[in-house]
Design a protein around this ligand. Structure first.
Ligand code: FEO
Ligand code: CA
Ligand code: CA
Ligand code: CA
Length: 605
């Protein structure tokens, strides 16, 4: 293998880990510990986690379940010793969280716990000195839980419109809760954006209108059964038909302002938002890049109308928190530059040696005015997928994280997989989604024309076409020799380190290449561009989320989501991170089952 001298973090790549290994594997010379686990207390008086006596009230005072997007925001003036951890709690796994029951009263109590276990968390962290591991500050005034019942305000052109009004909120401007929060992004002004993703699964709807069908809202019992304890989740009911329209947004939370209600930004469109990541253009306006994580759905860009105010002062932050409230929403259309006949669906490179081409950002709403024939701005923002269908956007292989490099301005679009591409009745391979039955995913690199965040045209090429090169001849690592890289499949969340290198977290590798999911490093420039190396692997049945790489501090953070997700209460498949096995007695505050956790990884010496 080539030297990696000069990499942001010097590590020896780990070997791929078989999918059934229930361990967090880190490189030699590194170790890990949980910062905070599902059920750990956030508030005074702190109660010890007791999985057998869990209540909604307790859960709302504890760290939530299935942590996804994660970031650590340093508190100013504390020499790197204090930070705010912000994370999403995407969903719940009742089958492994609770003992089995068919008693409706017990089921309803469990559902109430789940409503309190989803959403978001803010946790004040402290450590002795920079470079050391962190501990939560229980009872800090910064600590916060956002649940399925927390009030949000709504802004943008669809706020207060008929589409958002319900019996409980006739003004259409106050929504209770957030859920399905997948990935996100931290803004240059120090707020956190969070994507409401699979919101359709929370509602029992009529499922008859074109919009309901397009968003997967159906006439069946919801995944979580919350309609049994809160009538607004039955969208067939009088007064609640619009309740699903109040989810599927990008939300913005200011962790430094613990009393402030988070905001849902309708100007950024409604879809199964994975997340949103912001870059400030040289013009001063900001762009947010966003993916809709569904097979054959689209890639979006939002450009603010207003310009950023520099600095983190009170007035600047107050202004910057309005930047995502008004602007223009675009959807991507890609064109390849190789003959269509050369894109055969196998992943074989075309004769020009690259999957590449040009693209356009097609306007949906510009400064609050619809650009789509037959759609008002309200309709284009609430039923964004229908508006994007109407303008002929490019169907993608499930866009997960979409993130601009703040070093280069290039945008990285993570297409996690699409096993249905090219199958009967579905669109086949195109140059930007070049494999049929794409199980391993790929990453698109976009360069805006003139490097202008406002550009409506761009160039693109594929950075990676993922897979295990030992068994798959059709992988691509930006031209780097495939026999030297770590096998990688189903890229999902990404982060950049201080050098601008890309770190890739995966979700789904066990079912495609048979290895555990993990975290991988890849340089984007120089002779090691495309040299993918694995840094860590997560425990059995978990996906790797976060990630956060603070190379100058020697710290890497990941959110370990849904460890042991296919187990049952009686037969758990993971014991991460407490590792209390069956038959052992659990120390106070732990138990014999998996706990989704935020993990810190650091050197032993
Ligand atoms: Fe929640 Fe798109 O993964
Ligand atoms: Ca080409
Ligand atoms: Ca994801
Ligand atoms: Ca995923």
């Amino acid at each position: 293998a080539r030297s990696t001298a000069g990499a942001s973090i010097d590590f020896t790549a780990i070997a791929p880990v078989p999918a059934d290994v229930d361990a967090l594997t880190v490189p030699p010379g590194w170790t890990w510990s949980p910062i905070i686990r599902w059920g750990d207390p956030l508030f005074d008086p702190a109660e010890t986690f007791d999985v057998n006596n869990q209540t909604a009230q307790r859960q709302a005072r504890q760290f939530g379940y299935n942590n996804d997007y994660t970031d650590l925001l340093m508190l100013p003036g504390k020499d790197g010793r204090e930070a705010l951890l912000v994370c999403n709690h995407e969903y719940t796994n009742p089958g492994i969280m609770f003992s089995e029951t068919s008693d409706p009263a017990v089921l309803n109590r469990q559902r109430a716990v789940e409503m309190a276990a989803q959403g978001m968390a803010v946790v004040h962290l402290r450590r002795e000195k920079a470079g050391q591991p962190w501990r939560p500050v229980v009872g800090s005034g910064y600590n916060r839980r956002i649940t399925a019942s927390t009030p949000f305000s709504v802004d943008g052109a669809a706020a207060g419109t008929a589409s958002l009004k319900t019996k409980d909120d006739p003004a259409g401007r106050t929504v209770l809760g957030t859920f399905g929060n997948c990935s996100g992004g931290t803004t240059p002004w120090g707020t956190v954006l969070s994507g409401e993703e699979n919101f359709n699964g929370y509602f029992h709807a009529a499922g008859t209108s074109p919009a309901e069908k397009r968003y997967g809202l159906a006439d069946k019992e919801s995944t979580y059964g919350w309609e049994n304890i809160d009538p607004r989740f039955d969208a067939r009911a009088e007064g609640y038909v619009n309740e699903p329209n109040r989810f599927g947004w990008i939300v913005e939370l200011d962790p430094f302002s613990p009393k402030e209600a988070p905001v849902k930004h309708t100007a950024m469109g409604r879809l199964k938002h994975e997340g949103a990541n912001v870059i400030v253009g040289s013009c001063g306006q900001v762009a947010a890049y966003m993916g809709d994580d569904e097979r054959f759905d689209y890639l979006y860009k939002f450009v603010s109308s207003k310009k950023v105010k520099p600095g983190q002062g009170k007035a600047a932050r107050a202004h910057n928190k309005t930047l995502l409230s008004e602007g223009s929403l675009y959807v991507a259309k890609f064109s390849g530059n190789s003959p269509a006949a050369e894109i055969d669906g196998s992943g074989t490179l075309p004769t020009d040696g690259k999957f590449d081409g040009t693209g356009q950002w097609l306007p949906l709403v510009v400064n609050g005015v619809s650009k789509v024939a037959g759609f008002t701005a309200e309709q284009a923002l609430v039923n964004t997928r229908l508006a994007a269908d109407a303008v002929g956007a490019t169907k993608m292989d499930r866009c997960e994280d979409v993130q601009p490099s703040l070093k280069s301005g290039k945008v990285y679009v993570v297409c996690t997989n699409n096993s249905r591409r090219g199958t009967s009745g579905n669109e086949g391979a195109t140059e930007v989604n070049p494999r049929n039955e794409n199980r391993d995913g790929h990453i698109v690199e976009i360069t805006e024309d003139r490097n202008d965040v406002r550009a409506t045209t761009f160039r693109w090429s594929l950075l990676l076409v993922c897979g295990d090169p030992k068994t798959n001849p059709h992988t691509y690592f930006a031209g780097f020799p495939a026999d030297q890289v770590s096998p990688i499949s189903c890229p999902d969340n990404i982060a950049f380190d201080s050098r601008g290198d890309l770190w890739i977290a995966t979700d789904g590798a066990p079912s495609s290449i048979g290895y555990s999911d993990g975290l991988f490093h890849v340089p984007l420039t120089g002779r090691n561009r495309g040299y993918v190396r694995q840094f860590l692997a997560v425990p059995a049945e978990a996906e790797t989320c976060g990630p956060v790489v603070r190379d100058r501090d020697g710290m890497v953070y990941v959110a370990v989501q849904h460890p042991g997700e296919d187990g049952t209460w009686a037969a758990q498949n993971s014991y991460f991170p407490d590792y209390v096995a069956d038959g052992q007695s659990a120390p106070a505050g732990s138990w014999r089952g998996p706990r989704p956790s935020i993990v810190q990884v650091y050197r032993t010496s």
